[in-house]
Design a protein around this ligand. Structure first.
Ligand SMILES: NC(=O)c1ccc[n+]([C@@H]2O[C@H](COP(=O)([O-])OP(=O)(O)OC[C@H]3O[C@@H](n4cnc5c(N)ncnc54)[C@H](OP(=O)(O)O)[C@@H]3O)[C@@H](O)[C@H]2O)c1
Length: 189
């Protein structure tokens, strides 16, 4: 069965963006990006793949699940989606998303939608974020692939919003990347 993998950049204190929704405090030097896109080439947005020299085939995922707030920057940039090389599932209660044949709108019950996706054949499913959606999908997450940035934000968008009870994960590996980022892989305990 396909796994749901939450692959996301986080601060040391568990925030995926600051209070303004920005990732400006996270490491984005070319060597770090190159190392990440070498391992996860399919997570490079289609419209910047050429500029960043990312042309390798997918290694992990063929589908991505995003909350609408995470999808919004692509819309704000005039695109209909950021990852049309993947099957994209955007979770939203809105009915005004621009038409895109690679986007499926999940209007409610993201847990049920992910359970159905896991039963379909294919590569693993990338949970892109954000924290609101991840909080609802926490019990469907099979692996965490955390890009742990060497910075404390203090506040911002949490990795998981709305959790009130602990969930345990076991450490699988930690890989140091250029720029001080640690790629931490954990599996559901
Ligand atoms: N560091 C990283 O790698 C990373 C990755 C991804 C995102 N981010 C950051 O995270 C922030 C966005 O995260 P977020 O937690 O604010 O929001 P989010 O999870 O991306 O999206 C929340 C939205 O999803 C929709 N939604 C959530 N649950 C739903 C349900 N059960 N049924 C239907 N629709 C549902 C709603 O959209 P509607 O309002 O349209 O109904 C809701 O407003 C951004 O700042 C982004 O930059 C960072």
């Amino acid at each position: 069965m396909r796994s749901l993998v939450y692959y996301v950049a986080t601060s040391l204190d568990g925030f995926i963006a600051d209070d303004a929704g920005s990732w400006a405090a996270f490491v984005d030097d070319p060597l770090t990006l190159a190392a990440l896109f070498a391992e996860y080439p399919e997570t490079c947005p289609t419209h910047v793949r050429e500029a960043l020299g990312v042309d390798a085939p997918a290694r992990h995922f063929d589908a991505v699940v995003l909350g609408r707030a995470t999808h919004q920057p692509a819309l704000d940039a005039g695109l209909t989606s950021a990852y049309p090389h993947l099957a994209q599932y955007v979770v939203t209660r809105r009915d005004d998303l621009p038409e895109d044949p690679t986007v499926t709108v999940v209007a409610d019950d993201p847990v049920g939608a992910v359970r159905e996706l896991k039963l379909q054949p294919g590569r693993d499913i990338w949970l892109c974020g954000g924290g609101d959606l991840a909080g609802q999908l926490v019990d469907e997450i099979d692996e965490l692939h955390l890009k742990v940035n060497p910075v404390v934000l203090g506040s911002g968008v949490p990795l998981f919003r709305g959790l009130t009870t602990p969930r345990a994960f076991r450490h699988v590996s930690t890989t140091p990347l250029p720029g001080g980022v640690q790629l931490a892989v954990l599996a559901r305990a």
